[in-house]
Design a protein around this ligand. Structure first.
Ligand code: CDP
Length: 217
C-alpha cells in the first residue's frame, strides 16, 4: 500500500507519516529532506542557492546516507530547500529515488508537497494535511525552542508564509492537494487526534465498497 501525505510547512505531515508508517510497519520517506540536503550540498560547494547548474549536479549526486543530518532540521535549511525545489531539473533528478522508494514490496509512506500529484499519482491513499499559518508557526516555534534554537515566533511565521508562497506559486509541482486527496485540517487537532483521523481515512479506503442491496420482489 502506498500512502501519500502532502501539506504545507509544519502542518504535522511528518509526524503523521511516521506514526502511520510505524502502525502499518511500512518504510517512510520524508521527501523534504532530499531538497534540504541538495541545498546543503550546494552551499558546501561554495555555490549560490540560485545557481541551478550547481543545484542540479548536487541533486544527481545526492547520497541518501547523508539525510540523517541534524543541520537539515533548522529554519535556514527549510528556506534554502524551497529555493532549489523550484528548479524543474532538481525535481527531475530526485524523481526516481522517490518512486523507487514507494515501489518497495508492501508499499511505503512518503510525505512532501507533490507526492499525491506527481511522485505517486496512483497512491492507494492520499492525505493532505493542513492548518492555519499561525498554528503551524506556533508548533514550529516550540520545536525550535525545544532544540535551543534562538528564533522568535514572528520570524518563524514570516518564514512559513514565505515558503507557502514560494511552494504554492512555483511552475512545477506546486503545493496543492490532489483531486482525490482527503484533507485533514489539524488546526484544532493534537497529534493523537490527527493520527486517529488519518486511520479513519485509511480504513475507509481499504474497505471494499458495501454490496448494493438486491431489489426486493
Ligand atoms: O518540514 P517542513 O514542512 O517545514 O519542510 P520540508 O517538508 O522538509 O520541505 C522543505 C522544502 O522542500 C519545502 O518548503 C519545499 O519547498 C520543498 N519540498 C518540495 O518541494 N517537495 C517535496 N516533496 C518536499 C519538500
Amino acid at each position: 500500500m502506498i500512502i501519500a501525505i502532502d501539506g504545507p510547512a509544519a502542518s504535522g505531515k511528518g509526524t503523521l507519516a511516521k506514526r502511520i508508517a510505524a502502525h502499518l510497519s511500512l518504510p517512510v520517506l520524508d521527501t523534504g529532506l532530499l531538497y534540504r540536503a541538495v541545498a546543503r550540498d550546494v552551499v558546501a560547494k561554495g555555490a549560490s542557492l540560485q545557481d541551478s547548474a550547481a543545484a542540479v549536479a548536487a541533486a544527481w549526486s545526492l547520497d541518501s546516507a547523508t539525510l540523517d543530518d541534524a543541520r537539515l532540521r533548522g529554519p535556514a535549511a527549510g528556506d534554502a530547500a524551497s529555493i532549489v525545489a523550484k528548479m524543474p531539473r532538481v525535481r527531475l533528478a530526485l524523481l526516481d529515488y522517490q518512486r523507487d522508494f514507494a515501489k518497495q514490496p508492501g508499499g511505503a509512506v512518503l510525505d512532501g508537497r507533490d507526492i499525491g500529484t506527481v511522485i505517486c499519482p496512483d497512491a492507494d491513499i492520499k492525505i493532505f494535511v493542513t492548518a492555519t499559518s499561525e498554528e503551524r508557526a506556533r508548533r514550529r516555534h516550540l520545536e525550535h525552542q525545544s532544540r535551543g534554537e534562538p528564533i522568535t515566533y514572528d520570524a518563524v511565521l514570516a518564514d512559513i508564509r514565505q515558503r507557502d508562497e514560494r511552494d504554492s506559486n512555483r511552475d512545477v509541482a506546486p503545493l496543492e492537494a490532489a483531486e482525490d486527496a482527503i484533507t485533514i485540517d489539524t488546526t484544532t487537532l493534537n497529534a493523537d487526534a490527527a493520527f486517529a483521523a488519518a486511520l479513519q481515512v485509511i480504513s475507509a479506503k481499504a474497505k471494499p465498497p458495501a454490496p448494493v442491496a438486491a431489489p426486493k420482489g
